[in-house]
Design a protein around this ligand. Structure first.
Ligand code: AMP
Ligand code: MG
Length: 408
């Protein structure tokens, strides 16, 4: 990647990091505090409200990592051993009788007195039933010690962790039936624009179907938010005022469209009448204009209306805001560096998030990167980050953010 020196080019635009910092500071200034209890397994996408502290040792007792035979190396002469007991998972063994071995299965408790398990593949059972050990043995082998994973009192998940299948499985392994999580964040989604109609209706002249509403409502639901569907706001001030007044209590008003130059920015006008709203010009492409403010004390984020812009700004700015509101610290998606499988001859003054894929380990990009083309994102596996004021030759490193990282 070659930085191109053009001093002052990005001067008027707000860097993505600055916008993110400001949004996160806003979230921290009025975080969600209420919590609720959910059954373990029903907390997908929710945020843990407290540290999860182990109330058990895991495993609670030493157990066998193999199907095989348990013996005591200390009192073993090397001779074949008689099997004195069979120990299945879920049973409580007797202490190991001296000079014998125990048949044991994976997950079964190690009997007192045994210090080694040999896997059955390395044994031969003689005609008289005694077991011959064919390989060298080592004390402790194939035994999972008590507390190997966790000991009582250890913090296994910290407050602010987002729950998914793995975290909830871990909580279940410690016997937790319920988890305390932050209450759901309630988000009102508003689409603006006279041109918008909902799928299912015939398309009239100049109209387009509303896709942002579906993208955002289903995305928010995946994130564990409670969604208030505010529908489509016409480009009309009285109607906009009325709809805003009907929204009820929410934690965030999230709108799309109508934020570029302000000519048809009735949402902006209505919001300013009863709050404040700033228009940020971001050094991000797609998605330069973004509004941020308050309406009657409720935070407002206004995303640009072009579908790819909506997607990128939601993923990189609104989503982290919503997570931080719930106390999540790690709000930025995983990004890794990969070689570019394309060239970028002309430096831009905004950071580009191209819709791309990995092909043979290289990032390739969709042929049409117009901000109006949602299909680019449906094709893509991730966002390919090209920094501002840079050109790229094939093989130069670019950032790659898997969409799977942010879509939930
Ligand atoms: P705006 O920011 O309102 O000027 O919108 C920018 C572009 O995005 C225009 O082409 C709009 O028609 C389009 N657009 C705005 N909102 C939506 C939406 N909800 N679904 C699909 N396209 C939209
Ligand atoms: Mg519009």
């Amino acid at each position: 990647m070659k930085p191109v020196d053009k001093p002052g080019r990005t001067g008027a635009l707000m860097p993505v990091e600055v916008a993110l910092e400001r949004l996160l500071a806003l979230a921290e200034s009025a975080p969600i505090l209420d919590t609720e209890s959910v059954p373990v397994g029903a907390g997908d996408g929710r945020v843990l409200a407290h540290d999860l502290i182990a109330s058990l040792d895991l495993p609670p007792w030493p157990n066998s990592a193999m199907d095989g035979y348990a013996l005591n190396l200390g009192d073993w002469s090397g001779d074949p051993l008689t099997v004195s007991q069979r120990i299945f998972a879920g049973t409580a063994p007797e202490p190991l009788a001296p000079g014998t071995c125990a048949r044991i299965f994976t997950g079964a408790p190690i009997p007192a007195g045994a210090d080694c398990v040999e896997m059955q593949e390395n044994t031969v059972v003689q005609a008289d039933g005694r077991v011959v050990f064919t390989h060298a043995l080592r004390a402790g082998q194939n035994i999972r010690p008590k507390g190997q994973e966790t000991t009582i009192g250890e913090v296994v998940l910290t407050a602010g962790t987002r729950l998914g299948p793995i975290e909830q499985g871990l909580a279940a392994s410690l016997g937790c039936a319920e988890l305390r999580v932050m209450r759901r964040v309630k988000v009102a989604v508003l689409s603006t624009g006279d041109e918008l109609i909902e799928p299912g209706q015939p398309l009239g002249p100049g109209q387009i179907y509303n896709s942002n509403r579906i993208v955002l409502c289903s995305w928010l639901a995946r994130m564990g938010c409670e969604v208030v569907d505010g529908g489509i706001l016409p480009d009309d001030l009285p109607a906009t005022r009325q709809r805003l007044g009907e929204l009820g209590t929410v934690d965030l008003i999230l709108s799309t469209g109508g934020v570029s130059v302000g000519e048809a920015d009735f949402l902006g006008i209505a919001l300013r009448e009863e709050g404040e709203l700033a228009l940020w010009k971001l050094a991000i492409k797609p998605g330069k204009p973004l509004t941020c403010g308050h309406f009657r004390g409720v935070p407002v984020i206004g995303l640009p209306g072009n579908p790819a812009s909506t997607l990128v700004t939601f993923a990189l700015l609104a989503r982290p805001y919503l997570l931080r509101l719930q106390g999540v610290q790690a709000v930025e998606p995983l990004k890794f560096q990969v070689p570019a499988g394309f060239v970028w001859p002309k430096p831009g003054n905004r950071r580009e998030y191209l819709r791309g894929r990995l092909e043979q380990g290289r990032a390739v990009i969709y042929k049409n990167q117009s901000s109006g083309v949602l299909r680019s994102a449906a094709w893509a596996e991730g966002l390919v980050e090209v920094l501002e004021d840079c050109t790229l030759a094939e093989g130069d490193r670019v950032g790659f953010i898997p969409l799977s990282e942010v879509l939930g």
